[in-house]
Design a protein around this ligand. Structure first.
Ligand SMILES: Nc1ncnc2c1ncn2[C@@H]1O[C@H](COP(=O)(O)OP(=O)(O)OP(=O)(O)O)[C@@H](O)[C@H]1O
Ligand SMILES: [Mg+2]
Length: 645
């Protein structure tokens, strides 16, 4: 196993060389041929983000409008400074250009007071409008975050099963938390802050042009730099952030898995190696983060040099103009103020550009998930069935099936009709395809070839969630949710009352043990039901399927963890339950399925024998062999050998 461990340093070297080689940062240090080569362009991302903003657009537009009003107000105080310097401090007479209705006082002190009061009021109004706009933008961002999380969750729970398995539970959690969370920052990063910068920029540009257009030229020269840095540098950063986010997803997926399998980790004393595995991912992520830090800082360094340089140059030119008598001192002061106001938004934009790219990479990943096709999208004319109208005839027509991404057929040419209410038992060696057949009945997958029909209708024509509401499933690996027993039993029917829950539990022979628990039906059972025994978990799962009141019941090794006595009790109630429902039962203990209407013996994905218990016993084939093997094992247990006595 050790030979497979690749150090984070080597993986990082590989990452860097691949990154330098192409425009796209490699997402996985192990090259994956299916990896999406192209990233979305910034334009596509903007359009898609606007689409995600649906519902919040009015709020955002309102916030932008307040900015449009408040930001120009911020341009007033520097103009007031000019008035104070020129007409109060230097003592020049007011020019005739001031409109008479303003009725400005000639007395410098009164003029100073008036201007100060005006600036104060305008600043207060500006701040009030700005806060109001920020509040609405923040609300829009929060709501967007919630709606994006909802969309991603809704979509992820409907992805095809094999894709969900590829993403892993920790990975999905990571996307929901980190990526879907970061998308909302774009309300500020993509709209609010840039808009503010644009307004401030335009406003200052206008004023500067009015003061001295040559001074303006000096500042306008900076603008192409924004464009150039954006194209050549910033766009290279986004793929790196994307890659870091992918790494975080892997790290989270690993941590979730390690804690999910904590008993195995402890049982094999692998705490240290699990920590090592976790840290290798983290080390690589750390290296990538430090690497991108340099890329980000280089942009900042360029700006940090450009801005003081251009201010110094303009100050020099402006000072010279004043000395020449071309500009008044007030003009220069005002100009410097505006210059700062002009450069500030540029600097803010430049500094937040890397953060913005980070959020964009999150959006890119969220869109990847949202763009993946859902499982079994219903056709326009998809049928929805009413439970009482379903009789439950299940037909397999030349069914063959391959799991996605595998080359072997897990099922081959299965054809069969199951009449309504019949109980079908599936037996056969491990890996024969019993669970797979039930997976197709439950429509967890669609057949590779052939069809599955319910009452003569192809399952593909039925709306999938509607179809699954007709099912009751007890899976081989029982999964229970963290919550109370009552919540778990009523998972299929949230509105079930206490009596119904108890009735279902009784049918599953679970009522008795539940009553003995300290909090009865309100006992919390822990994640995956860790606080229950294996047999107790199975009985809760049976009760859950019973309460769903299904038309088709699938019991995959549903009683394998029970002692013979409990199993016998459950069998009786299950038989009652199965009477008017089509049921598929998988069991290794053959005694439990002898009553079935039809027994299918499966081997290597095909049905090798079928018939009732008596027919198959008479036929003297595989089934009889299996029964005899089990009987002889039981009898050898019943009669202890000499060696054991
Ligand atoms: N999700 C999956 N992806 C790929 N192959 C799978 C998947 N699930 C099962 N298989 C393969 O399909 C074959 C049939 O598996 P299946 O689970 O149907 O066996 P089974 O008859 O239920 O066995 P058991 O009695 O051990 O539960 C096996 O060879 C298995 O490796
Ligand atoms: Mg199985």
């Amino acid at each position: 196993m050790n030979s497979r461990i690749v150090s984070s340093r080597r993986r990082f070297e590989q990452y860097k060389s691949e990154f330098r080689g192409g425009n796209d940062a490699p997402e996985s240090p192990v090259p994956d041929p299916k990896r999406r080569k192209r990233l979305r362009s910034a334009r596509q991302l903007v359009v898609r983000f606007w689409d995600l903003l649906r519902g919040q657009r009015l709020l955002v537009i309102f916030a932008l409008t307040t900015l449009t009003v408040a930001t120009p107000l911020a341009l007033v105080p520097p103009a007031a400074t000019k008035l104070i310097v020129d007409y109060v401090l230097v003592g020049q007479p007011l020019p005739d250009t001031f409109p008479a209705w303003l009725n400005l006082p000639d007395d410098p002190w009164r003029l100073l007071l008036l201007i100060s009061a005006g600036v104060f009021v305008i600043s207060i109004v500006k701040t009030a409008i700005q806060i109001c706009g920020r509040w609405y933008a923040t609300r829009a961002a929060k709501r967007t975050q919630l709606s994006v999380r909802k969309r991603v969750f809704e979509h992820a729970v409907r992805l095809p099963l094999h894709r969900v398995q590829e993403l892993k539970s920790g990975g999905v959690a990571s996307i929901l938390r980190e990526d879907a969370g970061s998308v909302a920052e774009l309300v500020f990063g993509m709209l609010y802050n840039p808009w503010r910068a644009v307004i401030q920029l335009l406003g200052s540009l206008c004023v500067l042009a009015w003061v001295d257009w040559r001074l303006l030229l000096g500042t306008v020269i900076l603008l192409p730099f924004i464009f150039v840095t954006h194209r050549t540098w910033i766009e290279r950063i986004r793929p790196q952030y994307r890659s870091i986010r992918k790494r975080r997803e892997e790290v989270d997926a690993h941590a979730t898995e390690a804690f999910g399998g904590m008993r195995v980790v402890r049982g094999f004393s692998r705490q240290r190696s699990e920590t090592g595995r976790f840290m290798r991912g983290n080390h690589l992520m750390g290296r990538q983060e430090l690497y991108v830090w340099w890329w980000a800082r280089i942009i900042e360094m360029i700006w940090d040099t450009l801005i003081p340089l251009s201010s110094a140059g303009l100050l020099l030119y402006g000072g010279w103009q004043v000395v020449q008598g071309q500009l008044s001192l007030g003009d220069l002061t005002m100009f410097l103020f505006y210059l700062l106001m002009l450069l500030e938004p540029l600097a803010v934009l430049a500094q937040s550009a890397t953060q913005f790219q980070n959020s964009l990479s999150a959006l890119d990943r969220v869109l990847d998930v949202l763009d993946e096709p859902r499982e079994m999208v219903a056709a326009e004319n998809a049928i929805t069935l009413e439970k009482p109208n379903v009789s439950g005839r299940v037909t397999f027509e030349n069914l063959s099936f391959q799991y996605p991404g595998t080359s072997e057929f897990a099922l081959r040419n299965v054809s069969l009709t199951v009449e309504p209410g019949q109980t079908i038992a599936l037996v056969g060696p491990s890996g024969a395809g019993k669970t797979t057949l039930c997976n197709l009945v439950a429509r967890f997958y669609d057949p590779t070839e052939g069809r599955v029909l319910l009452d003569g209708i192809d399952l593909k024509e039925i709306e999938v969630e509607n179809y699954r509401s007709l099912l009751g499933i007890v899976e081989q690996d029982v999964f229970l949710f963290d919550g109370t027993i009552a919540e778990n039993v009523s998972y299929a029917g949230r509105h079930a009352d206490e009596a119904e829950i108890r009735q279902a539990a009784r049918a599953a022979n679970a009522d008795e043990f539940i009553q003995h628990l300290p909090n009865g039906y309100n006992t919390f059972i822990g994640e995956r039901g860790v606080k229950l025994s294996g047999g107790q978990r199975q009985r809760i799962a049976i009760a859950r399927a019973v309460l769903a009141d299904p038309r088709i019941l699938i019991l995959d090794e549903a009683t394998s963890n029970l002692d013979s006595e409990s199993e016998r009790l459950i069998q009786t109630s299950l038989q009652r339950l199965m009477q008017d429902r089509t049921s598929f039962v998988i069991a290794h203990r053959l005694s439990t399925i002898s009553h079935a209407d039809l027994i299918l013996v499966m081997e290597q994905g095909g049905i090798v024998e079928s018939g009732t218990h008596d027919e198959l016993m008479e036929a003297d084939g595989r089934y009889r062999e299996m029964v005899q093997l089990q009987v002889s094992m039981q009898s050898s247990l019943a009669e202890p050998t000499d060696a054991m006595t």
